[in-house]
Design a protein around this ligand. Structure first.
Ligand code: SAM
Length: 375
């Protein structure tokens, strides 16, 4: 399975979410697992996407591919198994009536905040916020819930979620949440500023009238999408053994999605230990790598089915590091893709990260790569 390999470490930064921190609307929710808007624009260029094309991102996360497509007038569809990711994508790619948002904001901030009962909340939530912040979050949440228009309600919910993330004592460290006390920041002030900034972002946005849709679903079973329908796929599935689960978003889920049953874990790539591949019998692969590759095989088959003939796919994947072995996911994914029928054009290595065990012992270096393939 030798594939052409190109080293492009200058792209290392682009396959992370970091550049999005400075890009309006993309930065409405920080998503560590995401890639950047500029990466999507570069891939559109590599894959020669034209204005009336339709792109699919079957692991769309917080909608970087969809929003970048909307910005340049390309149609895009996203799928994700996480209700939180789908919600964020929806809010970021929606069309809004700015006057209605402004008048809702005036009404919302003219109300006098009331104390709320926090007894029923988990210990994590109680530790994660100062009491005044928690009362304010619950107060605003209740007021937002009363808003009639679901689009406006979702807009303010994301603004409140963003603001809660700014004032919280909790921070996401890999797959765990840590609590670090700091001087309390008044939530209402942060929330007002966030809403103002988001309205400003929308005012500056200059869309070209393309269509954007996002679905809660499973990339391995996209029955709702017809065969041979997409001009390109730009995507990044979860990384092997870096699957940070929905657990790190448990504060967001408890505060803002109490009605959502978090069963998305079941459909999350690589999490079914019984569903393991018998491909590559001679490779030394940990069980979880076999489970991951089996799911990736199913997803790549679906991606192949929905792409048009000659359409291209750019998929960002990373090698998985285990104490005694580094699994070459980029090469294995390229091999699976060829077995399914893709023509793999090249593997572009964007990063070689140092991998450590217990944060001190160096295991080796893991590649983060873009696999470019054609149907
Ligand atoms: C690396 S992230 C993608 C981030 C995205 N590129 C962005 O910029 O926001 C991988 C995503 O795959 C989603 N995911 C995991 N299993 C899935 C499945 N079976 N079907 C669809 N999405 C899935 C996760 O919820 C996560 O949002």
């Amino acid at each position: 399975m030798p594939f052409p390999i190109e080293e492009r470490y200058d792209l290392g930064h682009l396959v992370t979410f970091v550049p999005n921190k400075k890009v309006r609307i993309h930065n409405w929710f920080y998503f560590k697992e995401g890639f950047s808007r500029d990466f999507v624009l570069l891939m559109m260029n590599w894959l020669r996407i034209r204005a009336n094309s339709t792109i699919l991102d079957p692991f769309c996360g917080v909608g970087t591919t969809l929003l970048a497509s909307k910005e340049v007038g390309v149609n895009a569809i996203g799928v994700d198994a996480s209700p939180l990711a789908v919600f964020v994508t929806q809010v970021k790619t929606e069309d809004y009536d700015l006057d209605r948002i402004r008048s809702s904001a005036r009404e919302l901030f003219s109300k006098k905040s009331e104390r709320h009962d926090i007894k029923g909340l988990s210990d994590l939530i109680k530790k994660a916020f100062s009491k005044p912040s928690l009362h304010d979050i619950l107060f605003f949440k209740e007021e937002i819930r009363r808003m009639e228009d679901p689009r406006i309600r979702n807009f303010f919910t994301l603004a409140l979620m963003n603001s809660a993330n700014r004032v919280t004592y909790a921070y996401k460290d890999g797959s765990v949440i840590k609590i670090v006390k700091k001087p309390p920041i008044p939530l209402k002030k942060v929330f007002k500023r966030t809403v103002k900034r988001m309205i400003h972002d929308l005012k500056k946005a200059d869309y070209k009238g393309s269509e954007t849709e996002v679905y809660l679903g499973d990339a391995r079973r996209m029955d709702f999408l017809p065969d041979d329908s997409f001009d390109a796929v730009i995507t990044s599935p979860p990384y092997l053994n870096k699957i940070e689960y929905e657990r790190v978003y448990s504060i967001e889920y408890e505060l803002f999605f109490e009605d959502v049953k978090v069963d998305s874990l079941r459909s999350y790539i690589g999490l079914n230990p019984k569903h393991i591949t018998d491909l590559y019998p001679d490779q030394r692969l940990p069980e979880i790598a076999r489970a991951y590759l089996q799911d990736m095989n199913d997803a790549i088959k679906e991606i192949y089915r929905v792409m048009k003939k000659n359409a291209k796919c750019a998929m960002v994947v990373a090698e998985g590091a285990f104490p005694d072995v580094i699994v070459p996911v980029d090469i294995l994914v390229a091999d699976l893709a060829e077995k399914i029928g893709f023509d793999v054009e090249k593997i572009v290595v964007a990063n070689r990260r140092v991998v450590t065990r217990d944060r001190t012992v160096k295991i080796g270096r893991a590649r983060e790569s873009i696999v470019i393939m054609k149907k």
